[in-house]
Write a protein that binds this ligand. Structure first.
Ligand code: DX5
Ligand code: ZN
Length: 216
């Protein structure tokens, strides 16, 4: 199933409720939580994510770019459909996955462009979703790193061979021009910040992205 998850990192944070209404046809809303340590940028935390969850009916897809995710992931899971932590930040990835699931959300793990598939493949069986970063995490509006898509292909065939129901998400530099090839590589869930929020009619852009991802 193809899902489009607009990243509100590109939204107007002074008008978030209106911005959320403008993407009502999204499958998920991607919320980037950054701590200024794991990544150089700083965004929003738990109280803001809680309020966002109260003013939209679209399920939240929370992407934690923070150190010590094991201390926070379950707290975000109360307000989210899925919680994604970074493999590179986790002291105990399996315990973090378990804590997200126990709190009632889907458990997802993100990997930076330089992390290789062999480093984390043993965790794929425990995950609901894998997030392959196609930019260095921290900022919106960057260009997709083509080389990172190889991990999407590897993860897709690994999951299919093992019969795992693993969703694969791609985040960073997704555009109308490249979403079809990302889908071909094996992704089913697409984060799009700039590509959605730059559009005059964001719901129309979401439909356009979804249609391009479905047409294989
Ligand atoms: C980057 C964030 C992304 C970002 C994507 O660290 O994780 O979710 O908002 O923005 P675009 O789609 O503009 O690359
Ligand atoms: Zn993100």
């Amino acid at each position: 199933m193809v899902r489009i998850s607009p990243s509100i990192l590109s939204a107007d944070f002074a008008n978030l409720e209106a911005e959320l209404k403008s993407i009502s046809s999204a499958d998920l809303i991607h919320v980037d939580v950054m701590d200024g340590h794991f990544v150089p940028n700083l965004t929003i935390g738990l109280p803001v994510v809680k309020r966002i969850s109260e003013v939209t009916n679209v399920p939240l897809d929370v992407h934690l770019m923070i150190e010590n995710p094991e201390l926070w992931a379950a707290k975000y899971a109360q307000f989210a459909h899925s919680v994604t932590f970074h493999f590179e930040a986790a002291k105990d990835a399996l315990a973090t996955i378990t804590s997200i699931k126990a709190a009632g959300a889907k458990a997802a793990m993100a990997i930076k462009p330089a992390t290789s598939f062999e480093d984390f493949q043993h965790l794929c069986g425990d995950l609901d979703m894998l997030l392959v970063m196609t930019v260095e995490p921290g900022f919106g509006g960057q260009s997709l790193i083509e080389g990172a898509l190889e991990k999407v292909t590897k993860a897709r065939s690994f999951a299919d061979d093992k019969g795992l129901s693993l969703s694969i998400q791609v985040d960073g530099g997704v555009t109308v021009g490249n979403i079809a090839s990302i889908a071909k590589a094996g992704a089913d869930t697409f984060v799009a910040g700039t590509a959605v929020f730059e559009a005059k009619d964001r719901n129309l852009r979401i439909e356009e992205l979804r249609a391009l991802a479905i047409t294989l």
